[in-house]
Design a protein around this ligand. Structure first.
Ligand code: NAP
Length: 342
């Protein structure tokens, strides 16, 4: 079992939850951030009692500086950092290049440092996109179809990075216990106002910034289960995880279902949550002019159910329900003063 783990991207939503679990189970955690002087005080504030059990290093996915130091004395790596912007970039390379180069850099440095366990945070974005219409059930056997030009840049970046990582491991470190965790959209309690893109959706529903509900949806998994899957994959016998992909997902919900859950579970916070539907012909009409709407266009009417069964069976993940997770997201956004429900 790993005693010292590097978690990359310590400022991130998922990485924070992983660090939390690792520290609570007595591990020493190294983490990388892009700007140490800005981010270390925030991390120290969250884990006030961690002391020397938490070490913060400065490293960027796009250059070599700091990676060797961050890996020193580590037995295992959870590579979580990857660009996950709210806005779609002009060119896919803005995401694809750092995602791919960062994963390969982390793998190369891990091998040099003698790390034998590597858990990559990939995504359902590397599984369920670009497939012909009519397919609505996906498993770890499936790969996003990069040849389809409609696959958005972020989904492309996760697919390219995971494929490149697997090829690199097969050629350069076949004995490494490498696996990926592939979450669907991650919701759950937040700890500060630096919100992950997935949380923004619930925030915008609560504030009324999404005024009407398009006919789109996505799989949902709780951040606490995503972190647990990483930690279990770090601790499992190497033969149980080597080469595996673990999709983590509770269930798929349409946006109208999510809005309904908010109205039922947190009625006092849900006054601005829309009831109106946004007709698909309006989405198609507005898509060329509005970037936010454009992102939804390819999702209209698409049911993408990514099975979380393999992680349930091998890693023992007993999923927090999507409904509980939506409620926890909304309550924490209000508790942290990020959303004013009045
Ligand atoms: P997040 O809060 O935005 O975290 C992303 C992290 O990546 C941040 O720590 C960010 O650092 C770091 N990062 C981005 N570009 C970087 C670069 N060039 N160099 C170094 N670090 C960089 O998002 P998250 O939800 O926790 O996502 C974490 C991982 O989970 C990502 O790999 C994402 O693709 C994957 N994932 C997320 C979801 C989801 O719904 N949230 C679903 C499936 C997979 P800064 O703070 O400096 O920007």
């Amino acid at each position: 079992m790993a005693e010292t783990v590097l978690v990359t991207g310590g400022t991130g939503y998922i990485a924070g939850e992983i660090i939390d679990l690792l520290l609570r189970s007595g591990k020493t955690v190294h983490t990388t951030v892009r700007n140490r002087s800005k981010s270390e005080p925030r991390l120290r504030d969250r884990w006030r009692d961690a002391g020397e059990a938490l070490r913060v290093f400065e490293a960027d996915l796009e250059n070599d500086s700091g990676w060797a130091e961050a890996m020193e004395d580590c037995d295992a790596v959870a590579h979580v950092a990857s660009p996950f912007p709210l806005k779609t970039p002009k060119h896919p390379d803005e995401l694809v290049k750092p995602a791919r180069a960062g994963a390969l850099r982390a793998l190369e440095c891990a091998k040099k440092a003698g790390v034998t366990r590597f858990v990559l945070t990939s995504s359902a974005a590397a599984i369920a996109y670009g497939h012909p219409p009519g397919r609505d059930h996906f498993t770890e056997e499936d790969w996003t179809v990069l040849e389809n030009p409609d696959v958005p840049p972020y989904h492309r970046s996760k697919t390219v990075a995971e494929k490149a990582s697997r090829e690199w491991v097969a050629q350069n470190a076949p004995d490494m216990a490498f696996c990926s965790i592939n979450p669907v959209a991650v919701l759950g309690p937040v700890h500060d106002d630096d919100l992950s893109t997935s949380i923004e959706l619930v925030r915008k529903l609560l504030t009324g910034e999404i005024p009407a509900l398009p006919d789109a949806g996505f799989g949902i998994v709780d951040v606490r289960d995503v972190a647990l899957a990483h930690v279990r994959a770090l601790d499992a016998p190497p033969e149980a995880v080597r080469g595996e992909r673990f999709a983590v997902s509770d269930r798929f919900l349409w946006m109208r279902d999510i809005a309904e859950v908010l109205r039922e579970r947190v009625p006092d916070l849900a006054r601005k949550v829309p009831e109106r539907r946004l007709p698909s012909f309006v989405v198609r009409m507005l898509a060329p002019f509005m970037a936010d709407i454009r992102q939804v266009k390819t999702e209209l009417g698409r049911h993408r159910d990514v099975s979380g069964d393999h992680a349930r069976e091998v890693l023992g993940i007993d999923y927090i329900t999507a409904v509980d997770s939506i409620e926890a997201t909304a309550r924490s956004l209000v508790e942290k003063g990020i959303v004013d429900p009045r």
